[in-house]
Design a protein around this ligand. Structure first.
Ligand SMILES: [Zn+2]
Length: 511
């Protein structure tokens, strides 16, 4: 791209050139996303080395386009009150985001960017080998290198109080440790208390389970698609495939895909996976597509994106009203469920069991797993904790919060992929998603009246339309905390999630 040196350029011309450039970058990004989707769902096993070559070539092009110095020149032309004084206008939001993305990209020296990419690729490959063998000494030096580079990255990006803030900002713009800590503390204290009450209830010994029965995979797929369509995922503009780890990818307008994984003897794994990803996909499908290719047509943050998935997966699809409508259909589809009453089914999909593994955790213990990781990440980034001492710190916190000590590293400190790939600052977005979800749903109920009766009749449209208007169609107009304030009239408040969980599980466990 050329800025047209020597010619005077007015702001609107510069803005339209930035828009065009942004769209070209987005097309390239969506081609990369499509290749990644294909790699995880379709590619023949011998095709992987060629795919690495394709992706590396495209990544170079992408990096060159996003760090083109002309972007900086054009930005300095458009950053004038005419275009930016109304902070909520499409133009102002796009300029704000272009500036942020560009500044972050150019603040990282190329040498550091290359080292980070290499350390992440190596770290992940070593983790994949070390985890099944429970080989912490093999993984440790790679993690040490990643943490050192992430500290360096935080310094390069800059921060006010806390190096971790610079990393967190990658995923949740504007969020900080000092804002998060009191909220997380209040949440974990309440959750640990609730967990103890559940564990001492007599129903806790009731282990009736719907797992371990037979759920033919073709039926699981058909049922998952039926339900996803019914709650509002437009499958004419999407599709459902199989991958080792479920994900959603927004390729572009009219094309937002999801994946899941099936186990013949598990109903919950694939089903709730589909609903979770459909929640992400409905968010993508509701973005302001008329602005596709510019920043405003993007989810606000990982936490906001996660809030949409968690709303549908947990608050809706693990509710009684939802199954009042869907359970007869599930029983018609799966003979294994015919002898299970709806009440037992509902209890079974909401079992609370302290466990070692985050991804298998229930609604009550899930956030405790996240908070533990957040505390460790902050200490690692500050240099208060060395990787050498990480397994002991992990185990002590597991004992303190969940009451379990992992017998192995693979079920403890080495269980997640995130750290191996350099994703430090990512975990808190899961809990933020749960917090946002509970607060939004409370507001939706105030605006729409009782949702249970429409859900029990199989009508999910009022809720989806509410999300479309308040959240999806706004794209990234508001930063996460401002969006919460704008939609609910209140700052982020953990009491919504705490109250929701206490009410629901007091009823289920008869506390
Ligand atoms: Zn998710």
């Amino acid at each position: 791209m050329h800025a047209g040196k020597g010619e005077a350029m007015n702001a609107s011309e510069a803005y339209s050139r930035l828009s065009d450039h942004s769209k070209q970058v987005s097309y390239l990004g969506s081609v990369i996303a499509l290749l990644h989707w294909d790699e995880r769902t379709q590619i023949p096993s011998k095709g992987h080395p060629h795919r690495v070559g394709q992706l590396t070539a495209l990544a170079k092009m992408y990096h060159k386009m996003t760090t083109d110095p002309v972007i900086g020149e054009l930005l300095s032309v458009v950053e004038i009150p005419d275009l930016t004084s109304d902070k909520l206008s499409v133009e102002a939001v796009n300029i704000r985001e272009w500036r942020r993305i560009y500044d972050r990209a150019v603040k990282i020296p190329e040498k550091l960017a290359v080292e980070l990419a290499r350390a992440a690729a190596q770290g992940q490959a070593v983790w994949e080998k070390a985890r099944p063998q429970d080989d912490w000494p093999l993984f440790k030096p790679y993690l040490e290198q990643i943490i050192a580079l992430k500290r360096e990255q935080a310094e390069a990006l800059g921060y006010e109080n806390e190096p971790y803030d610079a990393l967190l900002d990658n995923y949740e713009q504007g969020e900080t440790v000092s804002d998060l800590e009191p909220i997380f503390e209040q949440l974990v204290t309440a959750l640990v208390k609730l967990l103890h009450r559940i564990q001492s209830s007599s129903r806790c010994r009731d282990s009736s389970s719907i797992e371990g029965r037979r759920y033919p995979i073709v039926d699981q797929e058909a049922f998952g698609k039926d339900v996803a369509r019914r709650i509002g995922y437009d499958m004419e503009a999407g599709r459902l495939d199989v991958s080792a780890h479920p994900f959603t990818t927004g390729i572009g307008p009219g094309d937002v895909r999801i994946t899941t994984r099936y186990k013949i003897d598990s109903f919950t794994e694939a089903f709730f996976g589909v609903i979770h990803e459909a929640g992400h996909a409905m968010y993508h499908q509701g973005l302001p597509m008329e602005h596709w290719g510019t920043p405003i047509c993007r989810p606000v943050s990982l936490g906001l994106n996660e809030s949409q998935a968690r709303t549908w997966e947990n608050l809706i699809a693990r509710s009684e009203a939802f199954w009042n409508y869907f359970y007869p259909q599930a029983q018609a589809r799966f003979p294994s469920l015919r002898e299970v009453s709806r009440e037992d089914f509902y209890f079974s999909i909401n079992l609370v069991t302290p466990s070692l593994i985050r991804t298998e955790a229930d609604e009550v213990t899930y956030n405790i797993h996240v908070l533990l990781r957040f505390e460790l990440e902050v200490m690692l980034t500050r240099g208060e904790l060395e990787v050498e001492d990480l397994p002991d710190a992990w185990n002590m916190k597991m004992q303190k919060y969940i009451g379990l000590v992992p017998p192995t590293h693979k079920d403890g400190v080495m269980q997640d992929i995130h750290w191996s790939s350099g994703a430090i600052g990512y975990f808190p977005t899961y809990t933020l998603g749960n917090l946002y979800a509970a607060q939004f749903l409370k507001r939706a109920e105030q605006d729409l009246g009782d949702l249970n009766s429409s859900m029990a009749g199989g009508d999910f449209t009022p809720l989806l339309l509410w999300f479309r208007e308040k959240i999806h169609s706004q794209g990234c107009r508001y930063l996460p905390r401002v969006l919460v304030q704008t939609v609910t009239g209140e700052d982020l408040n953990p009491m919504y999630l705490i109250n929701y969980l206490e009410r629901k599980y007091s009823e289920i466990y008869k506390l």
